[in-house]
Write a protein that binds this ligand. Structure first.
Ligand code: AP5
Ligand code: MG
Length: 190
């Protein structure tokens, strides 16, 4: 099985690129952000716990997302691997993921990192705010907090995966098609 971490700042294009990636490599797309938003929409206890944190642009507790990911690893079949979009997001989550995978005699295949400058994050999220209506896209201060959270808590994962020899950085600027072909160019070699 392949276990890809799809990494990048808010608005980098993870969700946008995921569809083509799962189709080409027969993967299951697991976006912790999307899973959490559907828990909120369904009004579950987990969703109620997560709502205020997400809508302020903060992370939910590590255990919440770790449990969601492990449940999917245990239940999804018929794929050649998983595309983890937005997970892990802290060093602690990355360590837990490594433990979950080593229990299965598996490991992270690669961290595919879509990189864009902060200025472009604002432009892309402002564009999406008009289309998708996500609560955490609605106000500039929330977006600022997401970017700050990314730099403080998530960016250290770059070094984590670099040291593990698993880090593959993709230039996320340019058109959706350009970014997609850069990603395929890297992943076809894995
Ligand atoms: P999550 O849903 O993961 O949000 P995010 O990381 O902030 O990333 P986005 O979904 O905003 O960006 P994206 O990279 O998918 O960009 P997209 O493809 O849509 O997480 C939301 C929240 O959930 C977190 O803040 C946290 O609270 C919680 N959470 C989730 N996972 C967690 C975890 N592991 N631990 C703790 N908490 C967690 O693209 C953006 C826009 O740009 C779109 O409109 C798109 O059409 C456009 N676009 C994309 N590519 C291009 C391009 N090349 N050219 C022009 N436009 C483009
Ligand atoms: Mg997304």
């Amino acid at each position: 099985m392949k276990y890809y971490v799809l990494f990048g700042p808010p608005g980098a294009g993870k969700g946008t690129q995921a569809g083509a990636m799962v189709e080409r490599y027969n993967l299951c797309h697991l976006s912790t952000g999307e899973l959490l938003r559907s828990e909120i929409a369904a009004g579950t206890a987990l969703g109620q716990q997560a709502k205020a944190l997400i809508e302020a642009g903060n992370l939910v507790p590590d255990e919440v997302v770790e449990g969601m990911i492990e449940a999917k690893f245990n239940s999804v079949t018929g794929v050649d691997g998983f595309l983890l979009d937005g997970f892990p997001r802290t060093i602690a989550q990355a360590q837990v993921l490594d433990q979950m995978l080593s229990k299965r005699q598996e490991s992270v295949t690669a961290c595919i990192s879509i990189m864009i400058p902060d200025q472009l994050i604002h432009e892309r999220i402002a564009h999406r705010a008009n289309i998708e209506g996500r609560a955490d896209d609605a106000a500039p201060e929330i977006v600022e907090n997401r970017i700050r959270t990314y730099h403080a808590k998530t960016e250290p994962l770059i070094d984590y995966y670099r040291k593990a020899g698993r880090y593959q950085e993709i230039d996320g600027t340019g058109t959706i098609e350009q970014v997609r072909s850069r990603i395929f160019g890297q992943m076809d070699k894995l």
